[in-house]
Design a protein around this ligand. Structure first.
Ligand code: FES
Length: 133
């Protein structure tokens, strides 16, 4: 005697994490020391640096070493949102001290890579006359 056994397959639910859904995003408003330049606001994504966003949006910002923390020409002032970036390393601090007119909120734009959500305001120093390191 044969017995028919019906085996119902339970539907398989494929689950995967969409990496796009987990990307941290923020906005960055650039203000300029240079007279006559209006503020601009752009998106910044996790892992991107202030320098990346500036260059992607044709905002002039010197970067003589190419963004490897080997100069101080990408110096900026982070007015708000400094907590969205990792703390300053000793090496960055060393180069910030060499920047023109460093202040308490000085950072190197290439070293500020977004790690938390939020909004920030960054002031770009007048780029005319920035030479060397
Ligand atoms: S580009 Fe040289 S330290 Fe940022």
């Amino acid at each position: 005697m044969k017995i028919a056994v019906s085996v119902k397959k339970t539907p398989t639910i494929l689950q995967f994490d969409c990496y796009l859904c987990e990307i941290i995003m923020a906005t960055i408003t650039f203000k300029f020391e240079e007279k006559g330049k209006q503020p601009e606001t752009h998106e910044i994504f996790q892992g991107e640096s202030i320098l990346d966003v500036a260059l992607d949006n044709n905002i002039p910002l010197n970067h003589n070493c190419g963004g490897v923390c080997g100069c101080s020409t990408c110096h900026v002032y982070v007015e708000t949102g400094e907590e969205l970036f990792p703390e300053m390393s000793d090496r960055e601090e060393e180069y910030v001290d060499r920047a023109r007119d460093p202040k308490f909120n000085s950072r190197l734009a290439c070293q500020c890579k977004l790690s938390k959500e939020g909004d920030m305001v960054v002031v770009i120093p007048d780029q005319s006359g920035i030479i060397g390191h």
